[in-house]
Design a protein around this ligand. Structure first.
Ligand code: WTA
Length: 647
């Protein structure tokens, strides 16, 4: 049996308010359905029409899509430029003087850049890159704090056809060197440091160690941010401000073929070797633009804040390319959510009058744990829309977000997507789709999901199975950098003709999708295949629980038993609570899902992007990996601290 059972029923339904719907771009289920049906009938025509309308074409394309499974090309024969679409396209309208970026550093310094100002900076830096020999197809590696210059560097690359590879500022020298080598990066852009919890992260020092092993890198450009001492290597290292002082601001955007690579973004793979996910110019740009407009129901007076780092796909699509190609105003914040105090996010929302907040479930669970008093101190009445991304949101955390942050008036868009998909694939359109806590609801127009079993057949109604997409879309990855075979193998070999997302999902009677976790994480108890998310959500719905991770552990009789790792909101865990939690899961789901063991942890270990590291927990549950004595609280504190220092 390959289907996954679904055991947790969430019945609550939250329709958008009539006021919200009245002003929304897509204001009813009917309107959504019409758009969806039209797109599904002929996706290529649908996207081609939008591409002609929404992107600037130096030369029109002659074919909407060319599909040679598993390789796709969109808008073939056309020439455009993503930087032009993000900046130049706005210069002859009133958007010219609108803030493109409102940036706040961790110490509290604020800078704003209008579209015209951002355009000028980007043109200058594009000329700097050119002066260092960078041209179409050259790879620029970026290792920077969350400062405007990070976006400027990305856009400058796009302007001249260079390929950016952004590496999150928490990665090690080894990780940078691996990525630089894989991509054969020619130039490195970095900063002396960045601020994190009141301390300087010495980025340049890490880059120096990485560049020892990055033989392809000829030039390193260093932004001055924190003014800590750095070593500058002659003929290789140059100061950003010195190069910029000499650069001209005249730099026309290159007319680039639609399929010119725009960026590589490395994401972890199951074998350990990171995969360089490749995205190209026109299709990605269109998809980021449209998905941003639909999902965030963007309006010109919005102040939109996505709390992700540009080192992740969320930052690429929904801080840079999506918002800017629409002419939006985006807030960018450099530092930690709890510096100097745990109310920093809410202070920022109040200060900049943020209307749209897009953040991660892991952050929301942290806010719940830190206490409502930090939220209650601030006036959050500017908010009109909330979003989440990165992992499933447990219904209880969803409800907290809805009540405490959204004052029960802001719709929540739970957006499902991946580095590979380039943009949001499934999400409520906030004025049209009533939401259900824990469900990413429905696919965007032009997106065709299906749920299948291991033989590629559709599962029975309501059952869980593999999430696939049966038709290419413009934002789809174009491959894994330098590894076509792995691309074919990971995404296209298991279900003929469909993109395999690697997640399990089910579709309910209303056609809503519920993500059930990664394929590899399914827990099989006595032949019942259960989803990690459902067990975790049951645990999180207990008032004492802040966070939970569930993994399977081998069991002689049952095949697998459930082992749960639980973080509590406050106080000391005890045997009584442990039993209470087991009873709670029994009540919420049933005896089948009661964890055999519950371990209390000060925090569950996370990947650098904030996802629970289930693989590590599995090893611990199975007793495979000895991280000291893993049965004690302290060890998890150590793991958690490690994570804190890195992220
Ligand atoms: C998970 C992040 C449930 C999922 C944009 C996916 C989610 C992986 C959601 C991609 C969501 C992301 N609900 N799960 N709303 N959003 N995921 O590449 O397992 O960092 O496959 O992209 O995160 O993570 P990635």
């Amino acid at each position: 049996m390959t289907e996954i059972q679904h055991v947790l029923n969430e019945e609550r339904l939250f329709p958008p308010s009539p006021e919200f719907s009245a002003k929304a771009r897509i204001g009813s289920m009917r309107e959504y359905q019409q758009l969806y049906d039209r797109a599904a009938e002929n996706p290529v025509e649908f996207w081609s029409e939008l591409a002609r309308k929404e992107l600037h074409w130096f030369q029109d394309f002659d074919q909407g899509m060319v599909w040679n499974e598993p390789f796709v090309e969109w808008f073939v024969g056309g020439k455009t430029n993503a930087c032009y679409n993000c900046l130049d396209a706005h210069l002859n309208s009133e958007t010219r003087d609108r803030n493109a970026i409102i940036w706040e550093g961790e110490p509290g310094d604020v800078r704003t850049l209008t579209y015209a100002e951002l355009h000028e900076q980007v043109c200058k830096f594009a000329n700097v890159l050119k002066s260092r020999g960078v041209g179409v197809g050259d790879v620029v590696s970026i290792y920077m704090p969350m400062v405007p210059e990070l976006a400027i560097t990305m856009l400058a690359c796009a302007r001249i056809g260079a390929v950016h590879s952004v590496i999150f500022g928490g990665f090690s020298a080894e990780a940078i060197a691996d990525r630089n080598h894989d991509a054969q990066a020619k130039v490195q852009v970095t900063a002396d440091g960045g601020w994190r919890r009141g301390k300087v992260l010495p980025l340049k020092e890490t880059v120096d160690a990485a560049l020892e092993k990055s033989s392809s890198v000829e030039t390193c450009i260093v932004l001055r941010r924190t003014e800590n001492d750095v070593v500058m290597k002659e003929d290789r290292d140059f100061w950003w401000h010195e190069l910029m002082a000499e650069a001209s601001s005249d730099c026309p955007a290159e007319a680039l073929d639609s399929e010119t690579p725009l960026f590589i973004l490395y994401t972890s793979g199951s074998t350990g070797k990171p995969k360089g996910i490749k995205h190209t110019t026109a299709g990605y740009n269109l998809y980021a633009k449209m998905s941003f407009r639909w999902v965030f129901d963007w309006r010109p007076d919005d102040v939109y804040w996505c709390t992700a780092d540009c080192g992740w796909i969320t930052g690429h699509s929904y801080i840079v390319y999506g918002p800017l190609s629409n002419g939006a105003t985006a807030v960018m914040y450099e530092g930690a959510p709890n510096h100097p105090e745990p109310d920093r996010f809410w202070e920022l929302v109040e200060k900049h009058k943020v209307t749209t907040l897009y953040t991660a479930p892991t952050a929301i669970r942290a806010f719940i744990k830190w206490g409502d008093e930090h939220v209650e101190k601030h006036d959050l009445s500017s908010l009109r829309l909330l979003g989440t991304v990165g992992e499933g949101i447990n219904p209880e955390a969803w409800v907290w977000y809805h009540e405490k942050i959204g004052s029960e008036k802001c719709p929540i868009v739970d957006t499902w997507w991946q580095t590979e998909t380039g943009g949001i694939m499934m999400s409520p359109l906030p004025g049209a789709i009533p939401t259900k806590p824990g469900s990413c609801t429905v696919p965007l127009p032009g997106i065709l999901p299906a749920i299948v079993d291991e033989s590629g057949e559709s599962v029975s109604e309501g059952a869980g199975g593999w999430l696939v997409f049966t038709h290419p879309w413009p934002g789809m990855l174009r491959g894994i950098w330098g590894d076509d075979e792995r691309y074919q193998d990971v995404y296209w070999s298991k279900v003929k003709g469909s993109y395999l997302a690697g997640d399990n999902a089910r579709k309910d009677q209303d056609g809503y999708y519920w993500i059930m976790g990664r394929i590899d994480d399914v827990i099989n108890v006595s032949g019942h295949r259960l989803s990690t998310i459902e067990v975790e959500s049951a645990l999180v719905s207990h008032p004492s629980v802040a966070e939970a991770a569930a993994v399977g552990k081998s069991h002689e009789l049952k095949g697998q038993a459930i082992s749960a790792f639980v973080t509590i909101k406050e106080g000391e865990p005890n045997e009584e609570l442990r039993n209470e939690l087991k009873q709670h899961v029994r009540k919420e789901i049933g005896a089948l899902a009661v964890p055999d063991e519950i371990r209390f942890a000060a925090a569950v270990p996370k990947t650098r992007s904030g996802k629970i590291m289930r693989r590590l927990l599995k090893d611990i549950a199975e007793g495979r990996e000895q991280v000291g004595d893993t049965s004690t609280l302290e060890d998890y504190t150590v793991l958690a601290n490690l994570r804190d220092d890195e992220s």
